[in-house]
Design a protein around this ligand. Structure first.
Ligand code: AMP
Length: 475
């Protein structure tokens, strides 16, 4: 009751979460007046120092949900450091921006350790003993192997988009990083979905985590209206051009392959539509320039592969267009989530030609299946406070050995399957238009660990993915 009074008096509900005054002030300075549901749920758990396994909908304020308690902890324990790990360079960069904004009135310095960036610059940065390291698995391991990065003082580690990291083949890299972390630390693991490999990782490395799911697992953002446009013959490019010519705001156009991204961008530019391309085949400086240009609204359209599907927060994106549907239905939800951020609304347009129908059927079935997750997702371990010395040393023996070889590649080991994109303009035909709109899902589910017998992992419902889901990763 007292808390309620305080909230009203200060008009900033972050006061009620148990944060340090300096942190509440920093949050206020960024302009946030009240926590989002994921923040209200996650921050108190993280402040308790407990491990956590969490999932939240796209655009729901997840990044601040974990950066805020980490800042709080680093201000309380001045000799300690924190590590954030993300699947893509762009996401790591974004986490750094969010953390820096939040910590701008403190002396806490950060280092961005991702592939594609100059090694010398990173070595210099690491010598200045940054208290926050933000990186992608490959490059972090490179530095750990060279001993230019030490993680001995890490108080808290955050794994963001864990399922994506595992999709990209980073399991060994993640375990390698864990082997350099101290046994005593807090682990916060965020994952959009919880396939068995994520749960296995969580079961192995998290200590009785609090398990939190906000807004249901895999529910698309309710802020986004979904529209399908049926495409006859080879009229996709024509339809795309038509949509883009009428567009208000910015659009992110998703394709499957690097080649398609490059070709469609070229085509749009030729047709006087100012567009940029973002995919894993570009040099890092071109990737940075594409994202910067788009963020700063130098161009309205960005044509991208799934390298842009996760986590990117560009509030001015009003429209997501699936020129080609994703291979994996889960990625559909992430692509869609690039619009409708926080309190904004957006539209997701799917261009469905005959060849896309079966992929759409799978996505539709997947969306209809998603409701809520049953918690707990992983079974509780014994209370660490109750552990005897024997148990602790047995546990320490379980820490993975440092593997001798670390893959240095930043990118996932992926198979490239060259795909032809038909970009030649088609002869004019009368379009038999068929547009239909889906009602957005509006399920809200906040889950916490229940006091019931844990269910065995095998009992979790199995998800169906596209036939080629594993084979084609062309970011
Ligand atoms: P995220 O899901 O972390 O990428 O955040 C999505 C968007 O919500 C970002 O543009 C944030 O700046 C914004 N945001 C996050 N938390 C809050 C909050 N408490 N109040 C207002 N905006 C927020």
């Amino acid at each position: 009751m007292q808390n309620v009074k305080i909230q009203v008096m200060t008009n900033n509900l972050f006061d009620a979460l148990g944060l340090k005054k300096a942190v509440v002030k920093a949050i206020k300075n960024i302009g946030y007046s009240k926590p989002t549901p994921v923040q209200a749920e996650f921050i108190p758990v993280a402040l308790k120092g407990r491990d956590a396994l969490a999932s939240a909908q796209t655009g729901s304020g997840k990044t601040s949900a974990y950066t805020i308690p980490v800042l709080n902890r680093l201000l309380e324990e001045e000799e300690k450091t924190a590590l954030f790990v993300a699947p893509t360079r762009e996401l790591a960069q974004q986490i750094q921006t969010v953390f820096r904004d939040l910590a701008k009135d403190t002396k806490i310095n950060t280092a961005l350790i991702t592939g594609g960036k100059n090694m010398q610059g990173q070595l210099r940065k690491l010598k200045s003993n940054p208290r926050v390291i933000i990186g992608t698995p490959g490059r972090l391991n490179d530095h750990l192997k060279r001993k230019s990065l030490k993680l001995d003082n890490t108080a808290v580690v955050v794994w963001d988009e864990t399922d994506r990291m595992l999709d990209l083949g980073f399991m060994a890299q993640i375990e390698e990083i864990i082997s350099f972390l101290p046994a005593e630390k807090q682990t916060l693991m965020l994952s959009a979905t919880f396939p068995p490999r994520v749960l296995k990782l969580a079961q192995k490395y998290l200590n009785n985590p609090e398990q939190i799911i906000i807004g249901g697992l895999n529910n698309p953002s309710a802020n986004v209206e979904q529209k399908n446009i049926k495409i006859e013959g080879n009229e996709k490019l024509k339809k795309l051009t038509e949509i883009l010519n009428k567009l208000k705001g910015q659009a992110l156009v998703f394709v499957k392959t690097q080649r398609a991204a490059a070709e469609i961008t070229r085509y749009l530019k030729k047709n006087l539509i100012n567009a940029g391309a973002l995919h894993g085949g570009l040099k890092q400086k071109d990737r940075d320039a594409a994202l910067k240009g788009f963020r700063e609204q130098e161009f309205k359209i960005l044509v991208a592969t799934d390298v842009a599907a996760r986590g990117l927060d560009i509030p001015s994106i009003s429209t997501v267009i699936n020129y080609e549907l994703p291979q994996n239905p889960e990625e559909y939800i992430h692509r869609l989530g690039r619009t409708g951020r926080y309190d904004k609304t957006g539209v997701c347009i799917n261009l469905i030609a005959r060849a896309d129908r079966s992929a759409w059927k799978e996505i539709k079935a997947f969306l209809e299946k998603q409701t809520s997750a049953e918690l707990p997702l992983i079974s509780p371990k014994e209370d660490p406070a109750q552990k005897n010395e024997e148990q602790i040393s047995a546990e320490k023996r379980n820490v993975p050995e440092r593997t001798k070889e670390t893959k240095t590649a930043e990118k996932a080991p992926s198979k490239k399957i060259p795909q032809k994109t038909n970009i030649a303009p088609e002869p004019q035909k009368d379009l038999k238009k068929e547009e239909y709109v889906f009602t957005p899902f509006k399920k809200v589910y906040v889950g916490k660990i229940k006091d019931e017998k844990p269910k065995h992992l095998q009992k979790l419902p199995r998800r169906k993915f596209g036939k080629n889901a594993k084979k084609r990763k062309t970011h």
